[in-house]
Every structure is written in C-alpha cells, then in structure tokens.
Design a protein around this ligand. Structure first.
Ligand code: PLP
Length: 360
C-alpha cells in the first residue's frame, strides 16, 4: 500500500487513523455482526453513533444549547436554496460576494426574494476580502450571508462582517473545524463535510433555535424545512448514515489531537511553510492579498501556463496529487486541510524548490 500526499480541495484527505479504524470495523461494527452501512438508522447501535457525533461536535465547537445541529444531505449547494426558503421572512437578504460559491448562493437567493449584493471582490478576481466593517445594509434584510473561506480563490474572512445587528449566515465548508469559532456570533453555520471533515454526502447545519420556524416560503418541500429535521433530530428520513459515522470518528480524532485551538496552531504552522516559500520564490507566486490568505486553500502560479502544466505533471509523478487549480482559475492550488500532515507541506515545498532550480 502506498498513500500519496493528496492536496485535493474536496473530497479531500482524511486522517489515516480514521480510515484504518473504519476499515477494521467494516465487516463487524463493535460486535453487531454488520457494517455501519448495513444497519438501520433507527437501531440502538446507530443511535449511539449519531448522538455521540453530535455531542463531540458540540464539545469541539462549544455550541450553545440554543443551537441545533443538523446532519443533512444535498451538499452545501442545497443550503443555497434552503437558507432563503426558511429565513427570508421579509423576502430580502444581503450577500457578500467573495467568490463563486458566494455568487451561486446569491443567485439562488434571487429566485426566492430580493438578494442585495452588499459587497464584492469580483473586480480583482476575488483575490481579496472587501472591507465589511461599515456596509450599507438595508434595515429589512432577513440575514447577511458570507462564504467564510473561499475554496477556489484561497481567501478567508479574518474578521466577521459588521452585520449591524442582522443575523449572520456563513458557509464554512472549507474551513469547518480548522480553528475555534464563536458560534454565538452566527445565526447559521453550515458546510459540506467533504472538504475538512468526512466523506461527501453529509452537510452539517448549526442553526440558532429561534430561526427554526413553521413560517417558510410557500411551496417549500418538507425535506427542505429546517424544522422537520430539527424536530426529528436529523432522523426524519434516512440520513447519510455511514458518512455521519465517519464524521464522528473525525470529531474524536480532533478531540484527541487537542481540539480546535491546537488545530489552528498546526494549520498556521503548515500554511506559513508554504506562504513563506512563495513569498521569496523567484518562480512561484501566491495570488491572494497576504492579509486575506486562507490557511486551508493556497493558490499559486508560475506565470506561465506551460510551466504550470509541467509542474503539475512532475508533482503528480512524485506523489503530490490534485495540485491543479480550480478549472475556472487555472494555476495551482494546494489544499492543506486538518488531515494534511506538516510533513506533506514540507515535502511539497522541497519539491517546489527543486523544480524552481531546474526551471530557472
Ligand atoms: C465545495 C463548496 C461548496 C459546494 O459544496 P457541495 O457539497 O458540492 O454542494 C459550497 N461552498 C464552499 C465554500 C465549498 O468549498
């Protein structure tokens, strides 16, 4: 068996320990005589799995009791519709457009009501986070929406926007559990787990209880109502049961590692290795305004499409895979999520140094 260094933006690298444990439990989960894939989501065994997963997530993020944790399906993209359907009581919401995922959410919201673009960084290919300290926010917006870490462009909100008292909704798909957060500052935090937590198929929604109401937009399907999932503790229908089980294992791994403040330190350390190299390199350069750089997704270029392609090809052959930038922006991108070991980043930088020398 040989594992590569996987810099994929998602689905992405998972902790080896978790994968090994899952492999050991594949045929017989804790004496049940079956795999978690094969068991009823209403069984006692599974009930313990989903309850423990929720509790471990609550412990890690310090989630207050007046927030619900929902394990849903449909990916982060389904939340782009579910959020307005459930939250747009006055049919108006503010969107800060810092990348393609925020833009998609903004466009989706416009189907259901008035989506107001409060700020955007599209003028410079989303390479920075706009100043959101004093935005012009209409009084009657139901919420202010951000994509906290922009997976494609590699920017991150280092400070949350001043929402002037309005509910903050945040897509944290690509920075979920990468550092501590103050949950009380948000109305809704959501993310697809396939970037930094688990296998594709699960989306986690952390939502303040007062935002969960019967009062959804007319025609909202039952499956897209937060209330139905909250009232049924994520078991209204069959949940993505196996995926939730793996997420639960990752939560336990994170706890064992020391929790989110330790992850933050590790992530800062890893990102610094790569950014420090980029900052002094004569061949490679980062594409993002330094103060807004993501700890998770690091885009970079050589300035030549040919050299980019050569680099990706040689890197792949050397065991550094999925370094190609998003199809919409080109260049390279190294996603260095929680489960990417520091060694992986160090070795990548060594490889980049060698490539730089050979192609000077
Ligand atoms: C990947 C990603 C999405 C889309 O997730 P799906 O689960 O594929 O719908 C949305 N937002 C962000 C920030 C992402 O990184």
């Amino acid at each position: 068996m040989s594992r590569v260094y996987n810099f994929s933006a998602g689905p992405a690298v998972l902790p080896e320990e978790v994968l090994k444990e899952a492999a050991e439990e594949m045929l017989d989960y804790k004496g049940s005589g079956m795999s978690v894939m094969e068991m009823s989501h209403r069984s006692k065994v599974y009930d313990t799995i989903i309850k423990e997963a929720e509790q471990d997530l609550r412990d890690l993020m310090n989630i207050p009791d007046n927030y619900k944790v929902l394990f849903l399906q449909g990916g982060a993209s389904q939340q782009f519709a579910m959020i307005p359907m459930n939250l747009m009581k006055q049919k108006k919401a503010g969107y800060i457009v810092t990348g393609q995922w925020a833009k998609k959410a903004y466009q989706e919201a416009a189907i259901y009501g008035e989506a107001v673009k409060l700020a955007s960084s599209e003028d410079k290919t989303f390479s920075y986070i706009p100043d959101c300290s004093d935005l012009d926010i209409p009084e009657d917006v139901d919420y202010v929406y951000i994509c906290e870490n922009n997976t494609i462009y590699g920017t991150k909100f280092k400070e949350l926007p001043n929402t002037k008292g309005h509910t903050l909704v945040s897509d944290v798909s690509s920075c979920f559990l990468s550092e501590p957060v103050d949950v009380t500052k948000y109305g809704v935090i959501f993310g697809g787990v396939q970037k930094n937590i688990g296998p594709a198929g699960v989306v986690i929604v952390i939502i303040r209880e007062d935002l969960i109401t019967e009062d959804t937009l007319p025609g909202t399907p039952t499956m897209l109502k937060y209330k139905i999932h909250a009232d049924n503790e994520s078991l209204y229908n069959t949940p993505p049961a196996y995926g939730i089980y793996i997420c639960g294992k990752v939560f336990k791994w994170l706890k064992k590692m020391g929790g989110l403040s330790v992850m933050k330190e590790r992530n800062e350390e890893k990102a610094k290795i790569l950014y420090d190299f980029l900052d002094q390199s004569k061949l490679f350069q980062g594409t993002v305004v330094p103060k807004d750089r993501s700890l998770m997704n690091v885009p970079f270029i050589t300035g030549s499409d040919e050299l980019d392609a050569k680099f990706i090809k040689e890197a792949t052959a050397a065991g550094f895979v999925n370094l190609k930038g998003h199809r919409s922006v080109g260049g390279m991108r190294a996603s260095i999520y929680n489960a990417m070991p520091k060694e992986g980043v160090e070795k990548l930088v060594e490889f980049m140094k060698k490539f730089e020398e050979e192609n000077a």
